[in-house]
Ligand binder design. Structure first.
Ligand SMILES: [Cu+2]
Length: 348
């Protein structure tokens, strides 16, 4: 268990005790209120996690943990960001067009301050946050609200805001356990996913690399999450001059890039000189370790929705033919901060 997560759990417990104290206080106030006929209601602050990761950062759960909460009108939820991979806590309005992936802070448009109320009337967006940051949202009125991350499709959740007369089904301890179970479930499958990524790369030739692998999972009925391996599997590859190396992204919801040399400001398009093979894969030729070549985004950018035009066939594959010997280092421009890097050694 990571120290960060340990701390978060302790914080959660602390807050729960605090909440318990609040409940006792509320009870005292209520008793006094019976005499004074004024019974102010104490609003609770609930805690939840945004993302969890392995200690080497290579395995990421792109998830709200828990992804479904029931709270009372007037309560708040503090979302604790727990990963180096960035996420957002965002509530779009009903029917609002999902803003583009990049720049994410296009959001609402823009971001809304910590403590913003979610009522459904206007959107609320934390902006991109990472490990150690907290974003709190209040829910003044009853209703059911969809929670999304604007960085990751299929990372969603639900908040059910009940009126004060209704009984809540769960307490903070329940959600803490649910978050821990979700964490364990999503990270424990990582070695199996890595193994599958490696064996897929090895099935045909020695020149294939899996550029990340991921799975969409549901840990509650309130939303979906993605368990992602942010690694090049068979990331050290040895070939000969004239050979072609092929990268394939096996992540259904996570984009990656294969980037040699200087990282461009915009990673989405392939760099000049990248061609498209007859099967749709992108293809570049590299003759020197100083060549700057970017695959562009490999993977899924959009989902099909009934009633809308389908999205084009995804580009998940990139090939590079090496015409000179040398050691060629490359990165995923999106996830090199998590350690997603690789090397191709080209022998004469
Ligand atoms: Cu990546």
């Amino acid at each position: 268990m990571s120290r960060i997560c340990d701390r978060k759990v302790k914080n959660m417990r602390k807050t729960w005790f605090h909440k318990g104290q609040l409940a006792v206080t509320a009870l005292s106030v209520h008793v006094i209120g019976f005499v004074m006929s004024a019974a102010p209601v104490q609003a609770a602050v609930w805690n939840a996690l945004v993302g969890v990761q392995s200690t080497d950062l290579g395995n990421q759960a792109l998830a709200f943990l828990p992804s479904e909460l029931w709270i009372h009108a007037g309560d708040s939820i503090a979302w604790n960001f727990a990963t180096a991979e960035p996420h957002t806590v965002s509530f779009l309005t009903a029917g609002q067009i999902r803003p583009p992936f990049f720049p994410v802070d296009v959001g609402c448009p823009g971001t809304t301050p910590d403590g913003s109320p979610v009522t459904g009337a206007s959107c609320v967006n934390s902006g991109v946050l990472v490990s150690g940051q907290i974003y709190t949202v209040t829910f003044p009125t009853p209703g059911n609200f969809k929670l999304v991350c604007l960085v990751h499709i299929r990372m969603t959740g639900a908040v059910h805001v009940l009126s004060l007369s209704e009984t809540l089904p769960h307490d903070q301890d329940f959600y803490d356990h649910e978050a821990q179970n979700g964490r364990a479930e999503m990270l424990s499958g990582a070695s199996g996913r890595s193994g599958r990524g490696k064996s897929t790369a090895q099935r045909d030739s020695g020149n294939e690399v899996t550029a990340g692998i991921a799975e969409v999972v549901a840990t509650t009925g309130g939303g979906s999450s993605t368990a992602a391996v942010m690694r090049f599997l068979r990331g050290k590859t040895t070939v000969h001059v004239g050979d072609t190396v092929e990268w394939t992204n096996l992540g259904p919801t996570v984009n990656h890039t294969v980037t040699f040399g200087m990282e461009p400001g915009n990673l989405i398009p392939p760099s000049a000189g990248v061609t498209v093979d007859s099967d749709g894969a992108r293809h570049a030729v590299i003759g020197s370790p100083t060549d700057n070549v970017n695959s562009g985004f490999l993977g899924v950018a959009t989902q099909d929705r009934v009633g809308l035009a389908q999205s084009p066939l995804d580009v998940t594959r990139f090939r590079v033919t090496f015409t000179a010997p040398g050691t060629f280092n490359y990165i995923c421009g999106l996830h090199d901060n998590l350690g997603m890097v690789g090397t191709v050694v080209v022998l004469p």
